[in-house]
Design a protein around this ligand. Sequence first.
Ligand SMILES: Nc1ncnc2c1ncn2[C@@H]1O[C@H](COP(=O)(O)OP(=O)(O)OP(=O)(O)O)[C@@H](O)[C@H]1O
Ligand SMILES: [Mg+2]
Length: 218
Amino acid sequence: MAPAARGKRPQVVVTAVSTKGGTGKTTTVMLLALAAAQAGHRVLVVDGDPQASAMRWAELAGELPGVTVVPMPSTRIDKDLPRAGAGHDVVLIDTPPGYGDRRVIESALRAAHLAVVPMAPRYADLGRLVPTLDLSAHCGTPAVLLLCMVTRTRSARELVEVCRSDEVQVNVLETVVPATTRIADAFGERTVPGPFPAVWAEVDALVLKAARKAGRRG
Ligand SMILES: Nc1ncnc2c1ncn2[C@@H]1O[C@H](COP(=O)(O)OP(=O)(O)OP(=O)(O)O)[C@@H](O)[C@H]1O
Ligand SMILES: [Mg+2]
């Protein structure tokens, strides 16, 4: 992890991670990238997934103002990022699902100040949260983003309670992203749907704190 510069705002690196596929990693990375660019940052998206969904999103969009997307499905993301990320204030890394590419995910986590774990609050997904948190643990306390929320179900309410309880050592983001057709259809979009500027504000506060701490250590 690159040491943070003292005084001025350090570069921040966020990795989206989940051992489960289809939880919303690419959606989260791309919509956070657009929200961060809208907030005035120079944003680099590193596509660590060989499926190259973030690259495809950028190709469909044609141009993403303030956002550059580069492919890097590599086990050396942490080593290569200092050069690739030069000139960017915010780096967001998309990772592949599962354990097949575990070394890629690990290198993306070594590069990051904060891991963001997108998760739909469904019972089936809760069991996969623990291995994801174990994987992300060496990158500090991960932030769980509750995504694809159908808020009024009993299971959703119960699972939010479990995620927010002290048994699970995570920062659960206050902003909950509902399941919407706008987000479901966002692939290839250039504009930011409703809740993502608020999600970015929360992620930014957490990652900035982590980067400044790493800077003081490093
Ligand atoms: N809040 C939401 N509302 C509706 N649909 C959503 C929402 N968030 C994500 N989705 C949809 O969920 C699906 C999976 O999202 P996404 O591709 O981002 O997951 P992923 O974790 O990157 O998948 P993979 O593990 O294959 O890389 C997509 O079809 C996306 O449009
Ligand atoms: Mg993906």
